[in-house]
Design a protein around this ligand. Structure first.
Ligand code: GDP
Ligand code: MN
Length: 392
């Protein structure tokens, strides 16, 4: 789960990381009232789950109520990389002397945490890393050993932070590491981490990604407002215990097992199509589960065909086939379904499907041929004047 900036700053504050005072606003009037309380100048900031808001016009300095009115009005409703701004964060403006960068993330290949610090903050770190790799100081942190104050100090020194910022930045690094570990985050990033003209070091932006797999030990995460990011189908999938991730293609995918689901997504793109989602039904692909999966995918208006790829191991293909046939009776599916069933009881399964004589289902013997067929069907139903496709 990605937090928006103000939620990330609230998370930071729990670990003692200095942030500026601010207030949430959902309307222009709320923005004006917040600014009056905070005192000018303030910064009006779009709260969306993407970086680069500044460049997109989503971060503006306001010196008066009239400017808050103008900027809040312009930013609310703004489309930033596909995210529509519905909420603002009004923050007391900071006088910036220097902008730095600091983050912790997991380096999977090294099996260690990775700290990155740079004196070139404010801009996108990927760009800095590309143009001037020396400007990003790195430190791998062994989770068993943790991060020591000496290491934090050494890292900010290697990154070339100004002398007066070093002690404050090292302290923040220690707090940020605790936030990352104790807070069960996959990523914590401060860009910019600033040195103020008063000589203080403070987090002026916050990017926090929480590790969804740790949600079981954080009941409080359920309270985090996800600002309407989850779609109806994501919520439905979650409530039905399905692993569903929306993608932006047109072929709906249902498979059993995360590996097979990922391979199915790959094969669809290999044959020139694009997956509308990743959906892993897990171990039990019975009627109930198949009906739930089809129901979730059916809610996606961009789905033009559905590829069901099930490998029968413990789950028997004939059960899956019966599940799909009976699911078709329960859910009015818009798109054509291409079915590839292999493994335990595959022959019985094919018989059930052909006996069902549904014009909605097409059987294919291999994953590759099934993917080709699904991509063709998706393309045909998208062609102008075509009769097929989703009826949604
Ligand atoms: P991002 O573009 O989405 O990463 O949004 P940021 O929160 O990082 O803001 C972008 C830029 O706006 C920062 O790099 C700063 O240069 C500037 N900015 C943000 N807050 C303040 C502030 O309080 N005072 C000043 N002077 N500039 C700010
Ligand atoms: Mn930023």
């Amino acid at each position: 789960m990605d937090l928006v900036e103000y939620q990330g700053k609230q998370y930071f504050a729990r670990y003692g990381i200095p942030v500026s005072p601010g207030e949430v606003a959902n309307t222009v009037a709320e923005a004006e009232a917040a600014a009056e309380r905070l005192g000018y100048p303030v910064v009006v900031k779009a709260q969306v789950q993407t970086g680069g808001r500044g460049k997109a016009g989503g971060v503006k300095l306001a010196n008066s109520k009239a400017e808050v009115t103008e900027h809040a009005g312009n930013i609310l409703g703004l489309d930033i990389k596909g995210h529509i701004v519905r909420r603002l964060w009004i923050e007391k403006a900071t006088d910036i002397a220097k902008e730095y960068y600091a983050s912790f993330t997991l380096d999977r290949s090294a099996k260690l945490h990775l700290a990155m610090v740079s004196a070139k903050g404010g801009v996108e770190i990927e760009q800095v890393a590309e143009e001037d790799p020396e400007a990003v100081a790195r430190l791998h942190v062994n989770p068993l050993a943790g991060l020591s104050r000496e290491e934090a100090r050494d890292l900010v020194a290697r990154a070339g932070l100004d002398d007066e910022a070093r002690e404050g930045a090292a302290e923040i690094l220690l707090q940020l590491y605790e936030c990352y570990i104790e807070g069960d985050a996959d990523l914590v990033e401060i860009n910019p981490l600033v040195l103020t003209t008063d000589g203080e070091v403070r987090a002026l932006d916050a990017k926090v990604t929480l590790d969804d797999d740790a949600a079981f030990r954080h009941p409080e995460w359920a309270e985090i407002d996800n600002l309407g990011q989850s779609t109806e189908r994501e919520l439905l999938a979650k409530s039905k215990g399905l692993s569903y991730i929306a993608l932006d293609g047109s072929v709906g995918i249902i498979a059993n097992g995360a590996g097979l689901a990922m391979s199915t997504v790959d094969v669809v793109s290999q044959v020139g199509g694009s997956a509308a989602n990743f959906l892993d039904v897990g171990g039990g692909a019975d009627e109930e589960v198949m009906a739930n999966a089809l129901e979730v995918i059916n809610l996606d208006p961009s789905v033009r065909s559905i590829l069901v790829n099930i490998f029968g191991g413990i789950v028997r293909c004939d059960d899956v086939a019966r599940g799909i046939v009976s699911a078709l009776g329960r859910v009015d599916i818009g798109a054509q379904i291409v079915l590839r069933l292999d493994g335990t009881n595959a022959a019985e399964a094919h018989k059930i499907i052909s006996d069902a004589t549904s014009d909605k289902i097409v059987g294919e013997a291999t994953m590759l041929s099934a993917a080709r067929r699904a991509v063709e069907l998706a393309a045909a139903s998208q062609a102008p004047g075509s009769q097929g496709g989703s009826t949604l």
